[in-house]
Design a protein around this ligand. Structure first.
Ligand code: PPE
Length: 302
C-alpha cells in the first residue's frame, strides 16, 4: 500500500513523510473520525462515488465527537479530488481522517488541535476477487456490537473499530472470512465493516440503522433494489433468520456487494452467490463505473 502524496492540513506531503507525533491524542485514545470512499474509472474519467454523502457523514461524525473541521465542506471535497489527481490514480480508495492531534495527553481532548488528512491508494476487492463471485464464509461473533449507550454508531469514530477488530480477529482465527455482530439484545447488526442484507421469498431485508453505521452503500442498494422492483424492508432479526434466508450479502464502500455463502457452518441458499444478489451486484458495478445514466447524480468527476 503506497501512493505519492497525502493531503495533510491543507498541504500535499510525500507519502513517506506523512507522519504524526507519537503523543497524538487519537493514537492513544482513538479520538478521530474517518471516511471510506471509492473513486472508479469511467468512460468520462475518474469519478468519486457519492462524495457529497460521504463528506456530509464525515462532518456529522466530527460534530458528534465535538470536533470542528476548519474547512467548508466544498473545500474538503475539492481536497479529495485534488489528492486523487496529484496521485494520478484512475481508481482508488479514499481515506479522509479528522483527528485530535498533539498538544497534551490525558483523556480530555479539548486542548488538542483538530487535524485533517486525506490518503488515497489503490485497493482491490476488500475480501478478495473470489469473494465477489463466490461469496464468503462468516460466523456470528462472540463479541456484541458496542452497546448503543457506550459509543455512537452514527459516527464513524476510530475507537469504534476496536469492536470490529476483535470480531475480525476471532473470525480469521476461526478460519472464516468475516464476522457478523449481534447487538447486546441478540439482534443482528452488521459485519465488522459492512452492512448486511438478506433475501426471503423474493423480498429484500436489512437492519434498521439505530444500532449500525448508516452505510452509504446500504442506502444506494436500497434505492437500486427498489428501482429494480424489489420490496425492501428494515427488520430486526435474530441470527436464525439469516440461517434460513435464501440469500445473504454484505454491502460497504470497501466490500462493495459481497455475497455470503455460509454462516456458522450453515449453508446459505445454494451455498453460492444468489441470483438476486448477482443482479444487484451487476447493477451496482455498472452504476459506480458510470454505465447507468439514471444514477449519474451519484458520480462526482474529478
Ligand atoms: N458498517 C461499518 C461498521 C463500516 O465500517 C462500514 C464501512 C459500513 C457499515 C458500510 O458503510 P458504507 O461504506 O458507507 O457503505 N467500512 C469502511 C471501512 C473498512 C475498513 O476496513 O477500513 C469502508 O467500507 O470503507
Amino acid at each position: 500500500m503506497k501512493a505519492d502524496k497525502v493531503w495533510m492540513d491543507g498541504k500535499m506531503v510525500d507519502w513517506d513523510k506523512a507522519q504524526v507525533h507519537i503523543c497524538t491524542h487519537a493514537l492513544h485514545y482513538g479520538s478521530g473520525v474517518f471516511e471510506g470512499i471509492r473513486a472508479y474509472e469511467t468512460e468520462k474519467g475518474t469519478a468519486v462515488f457519492r462524495l457529497k454523502e460521504h463528506i456530509e457523514r464525515l462532518y456529522n461524525s466530527a460534530k458528534i465527537l465535538k470536533m470542528g473541521i476548519p474547512y467548508p465542506k466544498e473545500e474538503f471535497k475539492q481536497a479529495v479530488k485534488n489528492t486523487i489527481k496529484e496521485n494520478n490514480l484512475k481508481s482508488c480508495y479514499i481515506r479522509p481522517l479528522v483527528y485530535r492531534g498533539f498538544e497534551q495527553l490525558g483523556v480530555n481532548p479539548f486542548k488538542c488541535p483538530v487535524n485533517c488528512a486525506i490518503a488515497v491508494w489503490e485497493w482491490g476487492a476488500y475480501l478478495g476477487e473470489e469473494a465477489v463471485k463466490k461469496g464468503i464464509r462468516t460466523k456470528v461473533s462472540s463479541y456484541a456490537r458496542s452497546y448503543i449507550n457506550s459509543t455512537s454508531q452514527k459516527a464513524k469514530i476510530c475507537a469504534n473499530y476496536i469492536n470490529s477488530i476483535f470480531a475480525k480477529m476471532e473470525a480469521i482465527e476461526a478460519g472464516v472470512d468475516e464476522a457478523i455482530l449481534l447487538d447486546t439484545n441478540g439482534y443482528v447488526t452488521e459485519g465488522s465493516a459492512e452492512n448486511i442484507f438478506w433475501v426471503r421469498d423474493g423480498a429484500i431485508y436489512t437492519t434498521p440503522t439505530a444500532t449500525v453505521l448508516e452505510g452509504i452503500t446500504r442506502d444506494s442498494i436500497i434505492k437500486i433494489a427498489q428501482d429494480m422492483g424489489y420490496q425492501v424492508q428494515e427488520k430486526y432479526i435474530c441470527r436464525d433468520e439469516l440461517y434460513i434466508s435464501d440469500e445473504v450479502f454484505f454491502t460497504g464502500t470497501a466490500a462493495e456487494v459481497t455475497p455470503i455463502r455460509e454462516i456458522d457452518n450453515y449453508q446459505i441458499g445454494e451455498g453460492k452467490r444468489g441470483p438476486i444478489t448477482e443482479k444487484i451486484q451487476e447493477k451496482y458495478f455498472a452504476i459506480v463505473k458510470g454505465k447507468d445514466a439514471k444514477y449519474s447524480d451519484w458520480l462526482d468527476y474529478i
